[in-house]
Ligand binder design. Structure first.
Ligand code: NA7
Length: 859
């Protein structure tokens, strides 16, 4: 007989135990749990091979949602072994009284959506039949071992075949046995030293050597255990603000920028501690820049050579075919020392390919290796395997296996179009695998529970990912993946470990803080990208619209604990804006920076003249006015960007400083910048500039100052301008535009921050009526210099800039408008990290060329 509930939870591991608790005890819904294993524990129920343990510190590799669980449970080791983790999960299951909510030894074989009833029908291999409105699938990402069929002849083997993921519960006595192990991933590296201590001989068959770093495990005495349990909040602070969801030290920005000595010092220090910190806390560019990665990869190879006595074996163990961190990083205790034992031999399957399993062992490279026991540590059909085996059929009879034939399609890695009311916990393309699993799981269970509640509160029957949102998500995740070195390896992250599995996008490689920010943005935009009941889905929120490289910048900012600008003091705002100097490519050495001053209305002020060397003048002259909301920014902050602009446009770029608010409020900044423009037009000939080819340019607040300067030049008998270039300018403090609503929360610039800056500049917002404050309010725009207005799609200032461009055009000013899709405010200052920031200078080059300036060889 079919059993009905509100929710079915699949899997009794970290995901399922929490999910049952959440929807049953907090939402008050009825729940049926199902698990193929004989009890709670998930991955930790199955993986009982000798040496199995977590490789994220247990204090972090555990739930954080319950103060009681945190305080009552004591971890006996820094990295707990499987029996202890299983005991922990059983303790949690009993504590939350969720053990009985599950039916065990029940594997899901079919899950079919009934559109008329708006319910899922689920069957299990023990003959069970269930129905529910919602499904929370927490089947785990490494639950489906790879097929033995990969090894021809395996069924003819006369000895015992063991699989690490289904190790006999009662253990195996290997005393006196000749044991062959295939695989050198995390599992094998944890296991084989233990087998080597017992077996007569171990033959390890290696296809790809791995970078293994010391785990640094230690027993914890009772005092330490108690202290850890009692101080968990302090210990786990910042957990979710770090890339991996572990409060590791933040990395330095660049391995290449550090001297070899400094680098080694840092690597040595992190190596001593061990664990993931060697990768995650060293340098931010090791996962994005191959040369940076190689500094660390070579360091690990050196350590391998130090540990393994036989140089030939050591060399076979040194990975050279993939950058470090692009395969699942492996952590070890005495793995490398094991190769110094007499009873261990390594077979390199690259030079001696595995031919077949015979009745007596393995034949590789023409040689027979006699074995009594063969252990498969060959990994999993990871990430999608479990879902693909559940017989899932969604709306309109669409099978998940068909829809994902070329790779998984999801929105946020949580839901998929055509499969309403089905939530994956740490599903494909979520922050899965690079994000400390219990933390990732808690996030997803909480997301799913909140989404179910939202759906019910709306009186809707269904919540379903929209196909367009799914495509946008995929584009974003793929873009982020390709900013990293991950695609360089044949890893299970890429689907490359299973024959026939498509190489596709399976993981979100931008880290936990960025991923969490994206999910939060979806929720704060009313579950944008989801169809709830009959209501159409809203467009994906800004965090998913933005360019992938920009997203990485936003993620990095989140990890640096940067406060939102609107919450900053004036000093903090100035420091934050100044930090944009670190995001620019260095100015080319062919551009000379001359430090000068100009006579401002309140006395002389510094200015930088960026002059390309070796070019015959007279050169065009750009007076560039930096942004920073009239309260921040400096000629140092924008100097590298000005140097690059000078180089690319073969122009002199002059950056004047100006007085900042609130110390010097409106109209000080416009008076200074206009004075600078006049002065430059008079003296620039001495520097090889052509006063007849004078351009005023600025970004953000500087864009507003440039637009005002162009008007003053017209109205106050100032210099004749060839052009004005306004980069995502703020035009009107009181603008009421759609982009101010759509991008009110940023990223990068929020309306709250922008309004704070406008207020600081104007003092009194009624001053916005002056055209010196709001250039769009001038009596006439006719007769102004030709204009290029560049806007960023995901910027609250976008529409006021574009409205101004249209108004200029309507007034007869030759105007070009260039919008950069997916780009954000301040993109001009992100050239080192955002390749598409180059579009700005390219657009300027094309525009100036069209003004018939002699800039023939610009791009
Ligand atoms: P992994 O990391 O997928 O490692 C599997 C190992 O088995 C790896 O060395 C593979 O070599 C090797 N392998 C797989 N298939 C073959 C064949 N056909 N021939 C030879 N060698 C083969 O799995 P683990 O269980 O170690 O770790 C999985 C995760 O579980 C772990 O990261 C934790 O998150 C928990 P390859 O590198 O593919 O050449």
């Amino acid at each position: 007989m079919q059993q009905h509930s509100d929710v079915i939870v699949i899997g009794a591991g970290f995901s399922g135990l929490y999910a049952v608790h959440k929807v049953r005890d907090e939402l008050g819904l009825s729940v049926q749990g199902l698990d193929a294993a004989g009890g709670p524990g998930g991955t930790w129920w199955w993986n009982r091979y000798p040496g199995a343990r977590c490789d994220i510190e247990s204090i972090h590799y555990s739930y954080s949602f319950s103060d009681e669980i945190q305080r009552e449970w004591r971890w006996s080791e820094r990295y707990a072994a499987q029996p202890e983790i299983l005991r922990y999960l059983e303790f949690v299951a009993d504590k939350l009284k969720v053990r009985e909510a599950f039916r065990y030894n029940a594997r899901v074989t079919a899950m079919v959506w009934d559109e008329s009833a708006k319910r899922w029908n689920v069957t299990t291999d023990d003959g069970g039949s269930y129905s529910a409105r919602f499904i929370i699938a927490g089947g785990g990402n490494v639950g489906v071992p790879k097929s033995r069929a990969e090894f021809p002849g395996i069924d003819s083997f006369g000895g015992q075949v063991l699989s690490t993921s289904n190790w006999p519960k009662e253990g195996v006595d290997l005393t006196g046995k000749r044991v062959g192990v295939i695989g050198t991933g995390s599992t094998s590296v944890q296991m084989v030293p233990n087998l080597a201590r017992q077996a007569a001989h171990i033959t390890l068959f290696q296809r790809t050597p791995n970078y293994a770093v010391p785990l640094g495990n230690a027993k914890l005495d009772e005092d330490k255990q108690r202290w850890n349990a009692e101080n968990w909040k302090q210990l786990r602070a910042k957990t979710r603000d770090r890339f991996m969801g572990v409060p590791l030290e933040s990395p330095e920005p660049s391995a290449l920028a550090a001297s070899p000595e400094k680098r080694r010092e840092r690597f040595d220090r992190l190596w001593k501690v061990g664990g993931f910190g060697v990768l995650a806390s060293s340098y931010a560019d090791v996962l994005t820049d191959e040369k940076a990665n190689d500094t660390l990869a070579e360091y690990v190879r050196e350590k391998i050579r130090d540990r393994v006595k036989d140089p030939k074996v050591a060399e076979s163990l040194c990975p050279t075919d993939h950058p470090y961190g692009t395969k699942r990083p492996v952590l070890e205790a005495d793995y490398y020392d094991m190769f110094n034992r007499d009873n261990v031999s390594l077979v390199d399957l690259r030079s001696s390919p595995l031919e077949e399993v015979t009745a007596t062992g393995i034949r590789a490279g023409g040689k027979d290796h006699d074995l009594d026991v063969l252990v498969l540590a060959t990994g999993f059909d990871a990430i999608t395997g479990a879902l693909m085996q559940m017989g899932i059929v969604g709306r309109e009879g669409v099978k998940l296996t068909d829809r994902w034939a070329a790779g998984p399609q999801t929105y946020l890695g949580i839901c998929s179009a055509k499969f309403p009311n089905l939530f994956y916990i740490t599903g494909p393309t979520s922050a899965v695998v690079l994000y400390n699993n219990p933390m990732a799981i808690e996030d997803h269970v909480e997301f799913a529970a909140a989404a179910i509640k939202y759906t019910l509160d709306q009186g809707a029957a269904t919540i379903e990912a929209d196909e367009t949102a799914e495509r946008d998500w995929h584009k974003q995740v793929e873009g982020i993946l390709h900013t990293t070195l991950m695609p360089r390896a044949n890893s299970w992250y890429m689907g490359a470990n299973v024959p026939g599995k498509p190489r596709a996008v399976f993981i979100f490689a931008g880290g936990a803080p960025l991923y969490r920010a994206m999910c939060a943005d979806v929720v704060s935009h009313g579950y944008a990208g989801f169809r709830v009941g009959d209501a159409p889905a809203g467009r994906v929120p800004p965090m998913i619209q933005i360019d992938a490289a920009v997203a990485q910048v936003v993620g990095a900012m989140a990890m640096q604990d940067m406060k939102p600008l609107e919450d900053c003091t004036l000093e903090e705002t100035r420091a934050a804006v100044e930090s944009f100097a670190l995001m620019q490519k260095p100015a080319p050495s062919s551009v000379r920076r001359i430090e000068s001053t100009y006579p401002g209305p309140a006395g002389p002020r510094p200015m930088y003249i960026h002059r390309p060397e070796g070019l015959k003048g007279p050169l065009p002259v750009i007076v560039f006015i930096h942004g920073g909301g009239w309260v921040a920014g400096s000629i140092d902050m924008c100097s590298a960007a000005c140097g690059s602009l000078a180089h690319e446009l073969k122009a002199i770029v002059v950056a004047p400083s100006y007085r900042l608010a609130p110390e010097a409020p409106f109209p000080a900044a416009t008076d200074d910048t206009y004075a600078a423009l006049r002065w430059v037009s008079e003296v620039i000939g001495e520097y090889g500039g052509d006063p007849e080819q004078l351009i005023v340019m600025g970004d953000s607040a500087g864009g507003q100052l440039a637009a005002v300067a162009a008007q003053r030049a017209r109205d106050e008998d100032g210099p004749r301008l060839m052009a004005q270039i306004l980069l995502y300018p703020g035009i009107d403090a009181e603008a009421r535009t759609a982009s101010r609503v759509d991008y009110a929360g940023g990223p990068i610039l929020s309306i709250a921050a922008a309004q704070g800056m406008w207020s600081a500049y104007l003092g009194d917002l009624s001053k916005a009526s002056s055209p010196l404050a709001s250039p769009n309010r001038a009596k006439s725009l006719a007769g102004l210099a030709p204009a290029l207005v560049i806007t960023s799609e995901c910027d609250p200032f976008r529409d006021e800039g574009e409205d101004y461009a249209r108004a200029l055009e309507a007034a007869g000013v030759p105007t070009r408008l260039h919008r950069i899709e997916g780009m954000v405010h301040a993109a001009f200052y992100m050239s080192a990290f955002v390749p598409r920031a180059a579009e700005i200078n390219q657009a300027i080059g094309r525009f100036l060329e069209a003004q018939r300036l002699p800039l023939k060889d610009v791009a």
